[in-house]
Design a protein around this ligand. Structure first.
Ligand code: PEP
Ligand code: MN
Length: 357
């Protein structure tokens, strides 16, 4: 059974329903001064939703784990003095209860928590009977099913004003990003739930100040609904995530320069181009089908001559040759290698079927 989300528009009081929805503030609430100083500057620049981590899930013990309930009155002061709405991360039923009691307007579930169905269910149970907007960050691992599951659990508790935050995924081969975006995953989430607002967190994705602007622009170009960005009055001295936080004035500069494209109906010329793409895709499928057929013929031969299915030298040769060819055609070698790895995997699956018949 395909599970569905039962959603209502976020309709956050006082927040205009237009792209991008912006949530900004420090990674952590550190001191009352830091919270107030950051909040005042953000509010002066027109930011309407203030984020700060009150409880911080840290990968290793010994880091700053958040001020906890002590920080909640500082958050309340932000609201009283600036009128901004408040957002914070919750990871346990106790956090939910304390945050709601303190008047936090928007809750989010962090990436380490959304990866754990027990924790998500406990939070969902604590949210029963409450009407508050909740955002679910993607789990640390690149798994749309797990992300969907977390959204379904919260939704089943009766939370209809639901959103997702795309913050990138853990990856073994860290290159440019702290958490590579893997855009196809939030795009798949949007495909499954077109009315689910999905916002992008370029701070945790990039892990570096200079990546916030380009990732934010990419998110807008891909049609995502908003941005959650970490901003701190003194980023270099932040107690958590110092490298990725930006001054409120830098955030203002970044937001000011974003080009927001409307997703309007496709025009005739786009439709023409899409027809060409469809034709090429048909062609691709044809070619792939033929390739698989030949690969099955090879399997018959291998079976007859008692040869193993995978011949690694041949496989490496294909990967290297096509990756190099891809580069000459303006494609990334990793992309071409990925494609060939998948094709090879299917080819091996089909060959094994024949060998074992
Ligand atoms: C955060 O938003 O500060 C945070 C801890 O993010 P994530 O759960 O995405 O790591
Ligand atoms: Mn952070």
């Amino acid at each position: 059974m395909e599970l569905e989300l039962n959603l209502q528009p976020l309709a956050i009081p006082g927040i205009e329903n237009k792209r991008p929805l912006v949530i900004a503030g420090p990674c952590s609430a550190e001191t009352e001064e830091q919270v107030m100083d950051t909040a005042r500057q953000l509010a002066n620049n027109g930011i309407r939703i203030f984020r700060a981590g009150v409880w911080k899930p840290r990968t290793k013990p010994g880091g700053f784990e958040g001020k906890g309930v002590e920080a909640l009155p500082w958050m309340q002061r932000v609201k009283a003095e600036t009128g901004m709405l408040l957002a914070t991360e919750v990871a346990t039923p106790e956090h939910v209860e304390a945050a709601l009691k303190a008047g936090i307007d928007i809750l989010w579930i962090g990436a380490r928590t959304s990866a754990n169905p027990f924790s998500v269910q406990a939070i969902a149970d604590a949210l029963k009977g409450v009407d508050v907007p909740v955002f679910v960050k993607n789990p640390v691992n690149p798994d749309v099913e797990l992300w969907t599951g977390a959204l379904l659990r919260i939704n089943s508790a009766g939370i209809r004003r639901l959103g997702a935050i795309h913050r990138g995924f853990s990856s073994v081969d860290q290159k440019l990003y702290r958490n590579p975006p893997m855009w196809h995953l939030p795009i798949e989430l949007k495909r499954r739930f077109p009315s689910l607002p999905v916002i992008t967190d370029p701070s945790h994705m990039g892990g570096r100040r200079d990546l916030i602007a380009p990732i934010s622009q990419q998110a807008m170009d891909l049609g995502f609904d908003g941005l959650m960005i970490e901003s701190h009055c003194n980023p270099d001295c932040a107690w958590s995530d110092a490298k990725q936080q930006v001054l409120p004035e830098v955030l203002d500069f970044i937001l000011d320069r974003l080009v927001i494209r409307d997703s309007v109906e496709a025009t005739e010329s786009i439709n023409q181009l899409r027809k060409q793409i469809d034709e090429l895709d048909n062609h691709l499928m044809d070619v792939l089908t033929k390739r698989m057929r030949i690969s099955r013929e090879i399997a018959e031969y291998k079976k007859l001559h008692n040869m193993t299915v995978v011949q690694t030298t041949r496989y490496s040769e294909i990967l290297d040759k096509r990756a190099a060819q891809g580069v000459m055609c303006g494609m990334s070698p990793d992309f071409v290698r990925d494609i060939y790895e998948h094709i090879h995997e299917e080819s091996v699956r089909q060959q094994l079927e024949i060998m074992n018949k």
